[in-house]
Write a protein that binds this ligand. Sequence first.
Ligand code: GLU
Length: 429
Amino acid sequence: MSTTTTSPAISQELADEFNPFLAMAKRFEIAADHLDLDAGIRDVLRTPARELQVAVPVLMDDKTTRVYTGYRVQHNFVLGPCKGGIRFSPDVNLDEVRALAAWMTWKCSVVGLPFGGGKGGVICDPREMSPGELERLTRRYTANIMDILGPDRDVPAPDVNTNEQTMAWIMDTYSMHMRSTQTAVVTGKPLTLGGSLGRREATGRGVMLSAREALKRLGLRPEDTKVVVQGSGNVGGIGAMLMHREGYTITSLSDMYGAIYNEKGLDVPAVLEYLAENKRLTGFPDAEEVPNDKQLELQCDVLVPAAVENAITSQNVDRIKAKLIVEGANGPTTYSADKILDERGVMVVPDILANAGGVTVSYFEWVQDRMGYFWTEEIVNSRLEQIMVKAFDEVDEVARKYESSLRIGAYIHAIDRVATVYRLRGTFA
Ligand code: GLU
């Protein structure tokens, strides 16, 4: 008998560990227990308010028609219109979109925004699609979910594999149906059509600010701190660049093909220039190449997982050496890994706090669109900093009060705010 066969029990355990909705639900229940939340409100807050699945037929360049599947989940709109990105990926599935929508509810609440949480996704591989096919997919998906969209209902934004151009198509499709230009229906737009200064850098800036606040508590100065960043895109790349400017030593960055490492520190602007030219990091001179799965295990003070879900799991957590983890991605640490990190005293700034800079500046964009009056980058950045620092302090205080991790502190803080507003509004009958 083969000794390498994985037993079905273990596979189920791992499948559960990797299910993002279960990951969210486990943290939710712990926080709800701390808050002694009654069964009714608990049920309201754990249940997605609305889930829409749509068929998205697209005329391909070769004149064939393909039908894609799209989702938009509105987890909760107690605090205000739903807010959250749209991702295009072959891995999109309803459980993932549900989890991401719930995380948006908690994320908006943690930083005190007047938004509920939503998320959308289309199962597709954008790398295999032409710009024309992507535009038709985006427009038809938007048309098919637009009954539940709107500046006062649900406001999408970029996420994995969607960008400013995608948001411009969503804005235009919605506006064409409404017979008037509606910039506030989507955020993360190009500057020239109602975008906000500082939005593109906002998630990375929030990651840098979260790291700064956490390191103050650990008594570490930027110049003595080595940072490994998983990713090199809008969150990881910009986060690394801003941390590099603050004097941190960024020793490693990665993309889908592999990671690069220099113990003495990478010249981050040069790395990002190289990436823009070559479309990959490997081959960058003045750095060693490291396989992706080994990158997270490199010696460092701070690890910033800013790429995918389920990066830190029961399978690799024991080999992770960082003292601080700052979650740039959504859901990069599994529930099982959390427990082990907690026991080892590793500080984790959770996703719903660490990557909330993006949605915070999305909120600023929505406000500016509705006012028709645009702010300077200095104003955007200083308001972002105020919000992030205040949220960090509040989460830290809650975590101390409940003797919990920062993650559970963030959930308690977020859930408490939504539950309080729900009680005030009451149950509509
Ligand atoms: N997709 C981003 C997130 O996960 C931004 C959402 C938004 O700006 O609405 O936070």
